[in-house]
Design a protein around this ligand. Sequence first.
Ligand code: IFM
Length: 455
Amino acid sequence: MSFPKVFMWGAASASYQIEGGAYEDGKGLSIWDKFSHEPGKTYEGHNGDIACDSYHRFEEDLDLMQSMGIRHYRFSISWPRVIPEGTGQVNEAGLAYYDQLVEGCLKRGIEPWITLFHWDLPLALYHRGGWLNRDTAYAFAEYARLIAGHFKEKVTRYMTINEPQCIIGMGHGTGLHAPGTLLSEEDMFLSWHHVLLAHGLAVKVIRDMIPDSMIGLASTGALAYTDKKDIETPEDLVKASFLSLPKNQNPGWYFNHQWFLDPCIFGHYPEDPESVWTPYKNDVDPEDLKIISQPIDFIGLNIYNGSEMIPKKEGPGYVYAPKYPGYPRTALKWPVTPGVMYWGPRLIHERYGLPVIITENGQSCNDKIYLDGKVHDPDRIDFLARYLGELKKACEDDIPVLAYFHWALTDNFEWYSGYDDRFGLIYLDYRDGSRIPKDSALWYKDVIMGNGEDL
Ligand code: IFM
C-alpha cells in the first residue's frame, strides 16, 4: 500500500508573489501593491512589482512544470487584475492573461486549480472598509461569478480563500501583512466573519454555475502530533489542536483551524472558551452561518510545522515536548516536524469527515547557485522525504488524502521577507529572471513518477 493510484501531485503559487506586471494592461492596485511600497514593511523594501515576472514568463514556468511531470498547478487569480476597482468594470486584458495561463496548462496536460483569493484585495475595496465592510463579501461573490462563468468549460477545481488566519491575523492583528491596519479584537472577528461569508457565497455561486466542480478552501493553523500512531487518537492531541490557549500564552492565537473550519463545515463557531473571539460569536446572524456552511468537497491544509506531544512520564495523557537546543529548523527558523504531516490530515479528517488535500507544504532554504551552475538543495529534499513519508503513512492508514501541492513552484515574493526566503523547487535569479530547477525539482519528479512508492 502507498499513495492511492489516483493521487494528484502538484505545485502551488500565488498571484502577487509571482506575477509582477503590477501596473500593466489595466490592472487595478491591490493592498499589497500599496503596503509593499510603504517604508519598513518588507525586507529591504522589496515589492512585487516584477516578482518572478510570471505575467510575461508563465510559458517558461509551465514548460518546467511539464518537464518535472507535475500534472496539477494551484495558482491564484489577482482580483484587481480582472476587476480593477473590486466591483463593476471587468478588465478584459486581465482575464485574457488567465485565459492564456489556463490554456497553457491544459495543452501541457496540467490541471489548473484556481484559488480565488490569496490576499491581494483590491485597494479600492480597502478604501471602502475592506473586510470590515460586509459588502466586500458580496463583491467577492460577484468576482467568483465572473471567474466561474468565464472558466466553467475549462476549470472545475477551485479554492475560495487562502488562509484567513493570515488575512485577518497578520493583516489586522500583528500588522505584518497588508493592509497593516490594526483592529480591535471585536472588529477583527467581524472582518473574519465577512471573509467566511465571502467563502460561503462563492461556494454557492461556483456550485450553481459548475455543478460537477470540486470546491475547497485552504486553511492553516496549530496542529499537534506525536510519534506514537495509536489506533485511538489521544484526546490531548485533539485538545491541543482545536482549543485556543489564553492569548497571553500564545502570541499566534489566530493561527487555528477551528475558527475557519467549524463554521464552514459544522455551521457554527467553535466552543473554545479561551479564544478572544468567543464573546462575539453569539452576535452572528444564524442565516449567515447557513451561507458559510455550504457543502464543500475537500479541506485544503497548508502544513509547515506542528507541536510535538509526548506521553506524560506518569499517568495517562500527553504534554508538549520540550524543544532541545539546536532542534531542526528551516532558513526561516520554522521547526522541522514531519510527524505533523501524518497527524494533521488525520486530526482534520477525524473532526470534519471530509477528504483532505495538502494545498501547501515546503521549506525555505538559503539556496544559491553553486560553482557547477546548479542549485543543490539537499536540505529541502531531506525535509520533503520526511514529510511525504509521513503523508504516505496517513494514506496507508486510510486517511483520504487526495493531493499534495508543493509550496512553491518557483522562489517568489515571500511577503514581509521579500525575496530573502526561497521556497521554490525552481530557483529564481532575480537579477535577470532566469529559472534553474533545483535538485529538489528533479527529486520531486522521481517521486511523482513512482507515485511516492520509494518514500
Ligand atoms: O508564501 C506563503 C504563502 O503565500 C501562504 N502560506 C505560507 C507560505 C510560506 O510562508
